[in-house]
Design a protein around this ligand. Structure first.
Ligand code: PBG
Length: 323
């Protein structure tokens, strides 16, 4: 079975994220998870965003939940000596991210939506999103590793695994792996329409995932590509069993968001990426002008057709009453 529409309505928090049209309930706060205890490390390129160990993360998210942010996206960050060519650590039982998922779900149950990044780039020693074979990123070998990572996150209790790699056919493979393992309520958020953008720089610094050679243009979409390819990627992911369709980046692709939102029947998410965040942070220094800008940007996402907004501004927007 590829399609399980019940997944998006399984818990109160999932229903609120997917079907409540307010900006507040659309927000998803990203987090970077590292090993250890008491770790709370600011990221220089992204003011206000930290790398945190699971114990600190739990406190941060508990405070976010009180502010009304119920959806959270977790990215694993690993030490360079733990990396290898196939990102083995990303699916290992010892990954601190898995502990964070278990702790969050046992504390907040159906009132939180936990999304987890499924990609190889934070855990490969070469920094690419796939397995390299004969000097190329090999699609099908990469999908095998992505399924292992997705299964580890599902077993720990993630609400949605977020496939951010852009390999062909990975949504179908992850859905099949979930069916085989009996994970009938774990969703797949697919980064369906993800461009090879120059707005990901600060994230790669935060997640230590800069490719050591080459770039991501053989799998992420060409920035010059039109609506046809965006719609192809989105509709084929839907048919493969994606529960949420993401477009990324957000601000420079609002026209694509509108065109995709008009043809898909699943909730549409946008990722207001690290370079977009840093641009607003760098161009404003007072709360009022920053807040007005963020509010305007969030409304543009909604107007374009986004149901879900992943943004590093989420916490400030809620705590400072920007909306
Ligand atoms: C992993 C991934 C990336 C982002 C989200 N997931 C980086 C990339 O593709 O290089 C970027 C997020 C951001 O810039 O905020 N593949």
């Amino acid at each position: 079975m590829n399609l399980r529409p019940r997944i998006n309505r399984w818990t109160p928090a999932r229903r609120d994220l997917n079907f409540n049209s307010s900006i507040q309930s659309s927000l998803v706060q990203p987090h970077f998870v590292v090993a250890g205890e008491g770790v709370d490390e600011p990221i220089a390129s992204m003011p206000g965003i930290h790398r945190q160990s699971p114990d600190v993360l739990l406190q941060t998210i508990a405070a976010d939940m009180k502010l009304g942010i119920h959806s959270h996206m977790l990215f694993p960050v690993v030490e360079s000596h733990e990396k290898d060519p196939i990102a083995s650590i990303a699916s290992s039982k010892e990954l601190p991210l898995l502990q964070a998922i278990r702790d969050l779900k046992s504390q907040f149950g159906g009132s939180i939506v936990v999304m987890t990044d499924v990609c190889l780039c934070t855990a490969t020693d070469h920094g690419h999103c796939g397995v390299i074979h004969n000097e190329e990123i090999n699609n099908d070998l990469s999908v095998v590793e992505l399924c292992k990572i997705a299964l580890a996150h599902a077993e720990a209790g993630a609400d949605y695994v977020s496939a951010s790699d852009m390999m062909d056919g990975r949504v179908l493979a992850i859905r099949a792996a979930f069916e085989d393992a009996g994970f009938v309520d774990t969703g797949i958020l697919s980064y369906s329409v993800k461009y090879a953008s120059s707005f990901y720089g600060p994230f790669r610094d935060a997640a230590h995932s800069m490719p050591s050679f080459g770039d991501r243009s053989s799998h992420q979409m060409d920035i010059r590509s039109g609506y046809g390819e965006a719609i192809l990627e989105a509709t084929s992911d839907e048919a493969e069993g994606a529960d949420i369709i993401m477009i990324k980046p957000a601000m420079t692709y609002l026209d694509v968001v509108r065109n995709v939102a008009d043809v898909v029947s699943r909730p549409v998410a946008v990722y207001n990426v690290s370079g977009e965040y840093s641009m607003i942070m760098a161009s404003t220094d007072d709360d009022e002008s920053r807040g007005k800008m963020v509010r305007e940007v969030f409304h543009s996402f909604k107007r374009a057709g986004a149901d879900i907004i992943v943004s590093y501004h989420a916490r400030d927007a809620m705590s400072r009453n920007w909306l």
